[in-house]
Structures are given as C-alpha cells and as structure tokens.
Design a protein. Structure first.
Length: 393
C-alpha cells in the first residue's frame, strides 16, 4: 500500500482532460437509465416498480464498491484502478444490452455499476493528490461542469435512442466508449506515493473510521443521495405518465445537466468569497424549491424548472460536500472520498426503492413533496456542521 504525497502549492489548477472524459462517461452511463425505465418495463413485460431495481442495484454496487476501490487506489495507484475498472465496465456494459429478461438485466447492471463506481472517486482523489486545497474546489467545479454536460447529454441521448431504437443501444454505447477512455488514461502520470509496509494495508480505512468528521460527511452523503439521486430518475416517467415520449421527457429532464453546468460556474466564482456553509444553504433552498414545483404539477414547464433547480442545488451543495470529503482524512484521501461516495449511492438506492411504488401508482406529487420535506433537515444539518469544521488539507 502507499499513501499519496501532498499536493504541491504550485501545482495545476484544472483536472486533466482524459480524467474529465472518464468521469463524463461514468456519469453518462449512470444517467441514461431514467428515460428507459418505461421502455424496459414494456419490452420485458414487467411492472414499472420492478424496473426500479435496475436503478437501485446499480446504485448499491456503485456505492458499496467505493471503499474497496478507494483502498485499492491508495495501495496500487489511481490510474491502474481507473483503467482496469473501465475495461471491465466495457465488457459488462455490452452484456447489459443483450439481457433477455429483467433479473439477468438487474444482475449485470449491478455488476456494471460496481465497475463504473471506481471512476469518479479515484478521479476526485487524483485531483486531491495533484491540486492544492486552495484551488481544489475550483477544479472540482470544472469536473462538476463536465458531469453536468454528461447528465444532460445522457438523458437526451437515452430518450431519443429509446424512442427510435429501443433501450438496448442505450447501454451498449457507453460500454464501447469505456475501452477507448481507458487507453487515453494511460498517458497521465501517476501521482507520487510514499511506500508503506504490507502491515499498513488497512491503515487508510482505520484512519478514516478514526476521524469523527468522516461520519458526519457520510451521513450527509447518504441523505443527499436519497433525496436527489434517488428521486431524480423518476422525473422522466412523471412526464411520460402524462403522455410525453421518451425522447421529449429525456430532453426536458436533461435541463438538470444544464443547471449543473451553469451553476458550477457560479459556485467557482463564489467559493473564494463565501463560506462553505452558505453555499450549502443556497443548494438546499434551490433543491427544495425544485421539488415543490414538481409536487404541485408534472407539466413540461414545471418539470423543466425542477430539473434546472435540482441542477443548481447539486452544484452548490454537492460540490461543497465533495470538497469537504477530500479534506477530512488527507493521509487516506482515496478511502475517505470513496466512503463518502459509498454513502451517497447507498442513499440513492434507498431513495429509488422508496420512490418506485409511488411512481408505479402515479403518485408523483407525494413522491416529490416528500423529497422537498427531506431536503430541509439535510440542509440544516449540513450547514451547521460545515460551519464548525476546519479543513485539514
């Protein structure tokens, strides 16, 4: 095992393009699922609530694999883990497009989520290893911008392709691209690491678990994942339930990515001038407002506004929590970031599982109203605890 060396104060200020491409692809694969849920249910002749397991299984694997990937990246390096996981995701992603029934599809999508789960946390850790903390949230905002673009593109792509060619090509495309991105990552330098003995193999995990702020960040990630990532996939079905095609529903909800793209630029400018807790409050207010709009009505203008507001909430709140996660245990940053991501996506899986029956019954007002109410304690807890915290590095 090896621990990453501290980032140099005079290091780079932006993430490498190939690293951004890897995160783009991982996020793209994850966000293609919303517009295909109804098509999968129809094509495989199952209930919509049953297809929610495709979302939940992927999210659980994506989340629970994070600590494992984090420890492996601390031991073997960021880039070997990134490249190997992408190659494996390429194979399982192609297999996803060939599944003949729901349960095999759930299983293989779960495995795919486990492999794609290595990408974003290892990339965040790479940024933490190479970019000083004073410039890190700006670099993370750049990465969030790319993720915003990928979210918008994924939903539009998924809706259009599903409408004209069915759901199977939606899973095949990011799988094919994963192999290409894995090759491109071979050009990046591995961050320097300090050698350690085999006896210290589990030291990063123990370090993170021994830091009380780690638990705070993980609880916040769990709640954020449940309220945002868990409910977001049901915005397209809410529109489709009112007669919209998958293509139009995906295009409308794709505005979520546009919201991320626009507001991450705002966050990047505000970060040096505003405290982190204030950014969290702004994010919470915009998320709650977005869900309240969707709870009131599920029309095109309402869901479009919700998508933009949720993108703004993600840009303000999530980038701040993500930066916080990189500072809690800098000597075991890979594991710390991975455990935050694990909590985020386990929360996402729980949120999707709870939302699925409500979506099946068409009770979208109750679904989104409950999400809005959940944002309130999340925002209060996140803002108060972040105000008391002092970053370590």
């Amino acid at each position: 095992m090896a621990a990453a060396a501290p980032a140099s104060p005079s290091g780079p200020t932006a993430p490498p393009r190939s690293l951004v491409a890897a995160c783009f692809l991982s996020n793209f694969d994850r966000f293609t699922v919303g517009p295909v849920l109804i098509a999968v249910a129809s094509g495989l002749q199952v209930r919509l609530s049953a297809t929610a397991a495709v979302v939940s299984g992927y999210a659980v694997a994506y989340g629970l694999s994070q600590p494992v990937w984090g420890m492996l990246s601390d031991r073997f390096g960021r880039l070997p883990i990134l490249r190997g996981a992408l190659l494996a995701a390429s194979l399982t992603g192609v297999a996803s497009a060939l599944m003949p029934a729901l349960w095999p599809l759930i299983v293989i999508r779960t495995v795919t989520g486990g492999f794609f789960g290595a990408v974003v946390p290892a990339s965040l850790t790479y940024i933490g290893d190479t970019i000083p903390v004073s410039r890190r949230q700006g670099a993370l905002s750049d990465l969030m911008s790319a993720l915003g673009v990928s979210t918008a593109v994924a939903m539009v792509f998924s809706g259009v392709v599903t409408h004209f060619a069915g759901w199977r090509p939606v899973f095949a495309f990011p799988a094919a691209a994963a192999g290409v991105v894995a090759i491109l990552l071979g050009r990046l330098p591995e961050p320097p690491r300090v050698a350690a003995t085999p006896a210290a193999r589990y030291r990063p995990l123990l370090t993170v678990l021994g830091e009380r702020w780690s638990y705070v960040v993980m609880v916040l990630g769990l709640l954020e994942g449940g309220v945002l990532l868990g409910c977001l996939p049901f915005l397209p079905p809410a529109l489709q339930g009112h007669g919209l095609s998958a293509a139009r529903a995906g295009a409308v909800v794709g505005l979520y990515g546009v919201g991320i793209l626009v507001f991450t630029r705002v966050v990047k400018r505000l970060t040096p001038r505003r405290p982190a807790w204030a950014l969290i409050v702004v994010g919470g207010v915009t998320m709650a407002a977005g869900y309240l709009v969707a709870a009131d009505r599920q029309t095109i203008p309402a869901i479009a506004m919700t998508a933009v507001l949720l993108g703004a909430g993600w840009a303000f709140m999530h980038s701040t929590l993500q930066t916080w996660a990189t500072t809690v245990a800098p000597e075991a940053r890979g594991t710390g970031v991975a455990m935050f991501a694990a909590a985020l996506f386990v929360g996402s899986a729980a949120g999707s599982a709870l939302a699925g029956p409500l979506a099946q019954d068409g009770r979208y007002g109750l679904l989104f109203g409950a999400a809005a109410l959940t944002v309130i304690p999340l925002t209060a807890l996140a803002a108060l605890t972040r105000r008391r915290y002092t970053p370590r590095g």
